[in-house]
Structures are given as structure tokens and as C-alpha cells.
Design a binder for this molecule. Structure first.
Ligand SMILES: [Zn+2]
Length: 422
């Protein structure tokens, strides 16, 4: 892979593309959008047949998979790509490409999985941009990254370079093995799903693991505030960074003040508001050309923070990624209505109870909610029960039956602390 191709995006992401105002950003975005639309109207069979005066339609995962063959500009057929990706996943051999492309599967929990393709140039662009935005201020050289991932593909291997070393940790391997390897490798930057970071922090607390990292970056899972504080304490860092990245793009990351911003220099995000501050992002990627991501609606519930950030960036601040649309709990209201309850309300039912850190709440039906925690006293159970009853009264739904079980972490599965199962 051409390492030089990483250099320009790195420089642009790190030192350029600073905008003095939202208006300046809007002008830049408009130009980038027009360029991308024009490219697609020429190179993508799907958009080529779109009438000139018609605007680009919204898409989602279903749409992407249905029109995969016509949408992509590389002439790749969905069935071939899927067969190739499944074979790589089975053997966990991810270093082969398919007609010069990297093919990955998105870990869709909703039955059908998404396929994404990237070219070598796009990988270089991605790697350069991520590094440009995320490497600690000041010292650029000599970093050693430890990168934990559930499934690998070439997209993530592309970081290895003479100035940056990357070690890949497969989350399928046992924790003890990671601990031994990390003690030896001594990364300066640790990147992992939030639940893996918590597990490693516990190893630090138990004195099995000794690290002196300069930066910890949480990826792929919602980072709970309580976990964030615990991680900062255990890793002895002023803040824990986050990357908001999915197969649809590198959508956001934390700034030098630890606040999450959308990457509005590389993606255009329309907001579909759910209430005053919560919204679903609709993403258009300015640079992805092999597989267009244009007006792609994600199921993530984002909470906007509207105060300016002391870092000076004009990019939209995000207070948090609350969860996914399919994890909104559904309860029975009065007169056969359904009451929707956002994941944060469920979270709060547990946060108000002292001494609970690792938990998982699963709704199995409108009448049944399972709460899995490490250990619970009778008093804690009572308190959780009361919190749910209060919530039910406030939001006017029938309080579900609560069952309690023992929480067991499975690093092979993306952890969702609040999940709906029906
Ligand atoms: Zn900021």
C-alpha cells in the first residue's frame, strides 16, 4: 500500500480544514457535495440513471444492500463480495484482497449484515485522517498503537508505517493473552471497544497489567459516563478519547478538550430530529467513491450539544451517542398505546443505585425486562425496582416485571448495556 497516500490526508486533517465560522464550513461542504454528486452521476450506474433535476434519494442499509450492484462504481456483485467476506471471516485470514478491494462485513445485529468495500486509496485516506485527528498534540513520532478489534480487515491494517507501529489484538483471544502481550508491547496509544477497555482497566486495578499509555481511545461501543471516569482513573489520564466510526464512515471524534465533534470536514450530516436535541444522523461522505454513502440514514441516536466548545472547532458537538433506534424500549401505555423510552432513561434507573458498574439491561417483551449485574444485594434490587416504578409513573406506562441475572461479558459480541430483544 502506498504510504505516501496517507500523508496528504494526514496533513489536511491535522493542520488544515479549520473553519472560522459555520458559514465558512457550509461553503466548503456545499462544494464538496457538488463534486461528489457530479462524480456519482457519471460513475455509479444507479445515480447515472437518476434524472438530472432529481435530488439524491435517502438510503439506509436495506437500500444499500438491495441496490449494491448498481450503486458501487467498481462493478462488484453483492453475491461474490459476500461469499468472499464470509470465507475470510471463517478462516480469520483478512490479508487478501478481492480484485484490488478490501471487503468487510458490518456486524449488523438486525439479521442482515451489510457489506462494505474500500479501495486502497480510500484506506490510505481513512488511516491518514484518523491519525491526523487523533494523534496526541506535540509528539507525532514513535507511537505504538495497540488496536483491539472483533474482526479485522485491511482497512485497519493499513496504519503500519515506519513512523507508527501498530499491533492488532483479536478480541476472540483470551484476556490473559492480551494482558501478557500488552505488558511486553507497552503501547503508547490503546484503542479498543469500551467493554474491552474496562476489562483491561480491571486488570490494572488488580495489578496484573502495568501500562503507561498517553492516550486511550474508545471505539465501536457506547462509552458510558461511569466507565469513562473509571478508565480515566485506572489509566491515569485526564480524558478518555472516543472515535465514532462505523462502516459508513469516520463520523466523529473527541477534540483536545475531550468533547465529541462530528467530522464535518469529511462528512455532511443532515439531522432527523427525534426531540429537541436527539437526532438520527443522515450521512454523506465527501470522499468515498467506490461505494457511495450518500444521504445514508443511520439508526444511532445522537444527542446534540449546542454550546460552543472551548477547543474553537465549529464542528457540531455531540453530547453523546445514546444508543440505537432498535434499543428504544417499548412499554404498554394506557388504552393500548405504546410508550417509547430512550436508552438513557433505562440507564438512569441503574445509575441512581450505588455500587453498580457493569450491567446489562435487556427488554424481552413489553412486560419483561432482564437486569444482569455482577452481584446484587436485596437492597439494590429493591432500589432498581423502585426506579423502574418511578419511571413508569412519570412516563405513564405499565411497569414491567424485572428479572435479575448474573452479568457475563462476552468480548466476541458488541456490548450494548441497554438492548431491546424483540
Ligand atoms: Zn472541542
Amino acid at each position: 500500500m502506498n504510504k505516501l497516500k496517507m500523508v496528504l490526508p494526514f496533513i489536511q486533517a491535522r493542520w488544515f480544514r479549520r473553519f472560522s465560522s459555520r458559514q465558512a464550513l457550509a461553503r466548503y461542504q456545499q462544494k464538496a457535495l457538488e463534486k461528489q454528486y457530479a462524480y456519482m452521476r457519471t460513475h455509479s450506474p444507479y445515480y447515472r440513471q437518476l434524472p438530472k433535476d432529481e435530488s439524491f434519494p435517502f438510503m439506509d442499509k436495506q437500500f444499500m444492500m438491495t441496490h449494491f450492484d448498481e450503486l458501487n462504481t467498481q462493478g462488484i456483485k453483492k453475491e461474490e463480495a459476500l461469499a468472499f467476506a464470509l470465507a475470510s471471516e471463517k478462516t480469520r485470514e483478512f490479508n487478501q484482497d478481492y480484485q484490488g478491494l478490501s471487503i468487510g462485513l458490518s456486524s449488523g445485529t438486525s439479521g442482515h449484515r451489510g457489506i462494505f468495500i474500500t479501495t486502497e486509496a480510500e484506506q490510505a485516506l481513512w488511516a491518514g485522517t484518523v491519525l491526523g485527528k487523533m494523534l496526541p498534540k506535540g509528539n507525532l513520532l514513535g507511537h505504538k498503537l495497540a488496536f483491539f478489534l472483533r474482526a479485522d480487515n485491511q482497512l485497519y491494517q493499513s496504519i503500519n508505517s515506519p513512523v507508527i507501529e501498530l499491533a492488532y489484538f483479536d478480541t476472540y483471544h483470551p484476556l490473559a493473552e492480551h494482558v501478557a502481550r500488552l505488558n511486553k508491547y507497552q503501547p503508547t496509544i490503546l484503542i479498543a471497544p469500551a467493554s474491552m477497555l474496562v476489562a483491561l482497566a480491571q486488570q490494572i486495578e488488580e495489578k496484573n497489567l502495568a501500562l503507561h499509555v498517553q492516550q486511550v481511545i474508545s471505539v465501536a461501543e457506547v462509552l458510558e459516563e461511569t466507565d469513562r471516569d473509571y478508565l480515566a482513573a485506572m489509566f491515569d489520564l485526564p480524558m478518555i478519547h472516543q472515535i465514532y466510526q462505523c462502516t459508513e464512515g469516520f463520523l466523529g471524534c473527541t477534540c483536545s478538550h475531550g468533547n465529541l465533534h462530528l467530522n464535518e470536514d469529511i462528512v455532511y450530516i443532515e439531522k432527523e430530529f427525534i426531540d429537541e436535541r436527539r437526532f438520527y444522523p443522515i450521512v454523506t461522505d465527501f470522499k468515498r467513491t467506490s461505494q457511495p454513502i450518500i444521504r445514508y440514514r443511520l439508526n444511532d441516536i445522537l444527542v446534540a450539544a449546542n454550546e460552543p466548545c472551548p477547543c474553537g472547532s465549529v464542528f457540531q458537538r455531540i453530547e453523546k451517542i445514546e444508543g440505537r433506534a432498535d434499543d428504544i424500549f417499548l412499554f404498554e401505555g394506557k388504552n393500548e398505546t405504546t410508550v417509547s423510552v430512550f436508552p438513557d432513561f433505562i440507564r438512569r434507573c441503574l445509575l441512581f443505585v450505588p455500587d453498580i458498574r457493569t450491567y446489562q439491561v435487556t427488554q424481552h417483551s413489553p412486560r419483561l425486562v432482564e437486569i444482569a449485574v455482577d452481584q446484587l444485594t436485596e437492597q439494590q434490587k429493591q432500589q432498581i425496582q423502585e426506579e423502574f416504578q418511578n419511571l413508569a409513573e412519570d412516563l405513564k406506562f405499565t411497569c414491567p416485571q424485572l428479572t435479575f441475572s448474573v452479568y457475563e461479558w462476552n468480548p466476541r459480541i458488541k456490548l450494548k448495556r441497554v438492548a431491546r430483544n424483540f
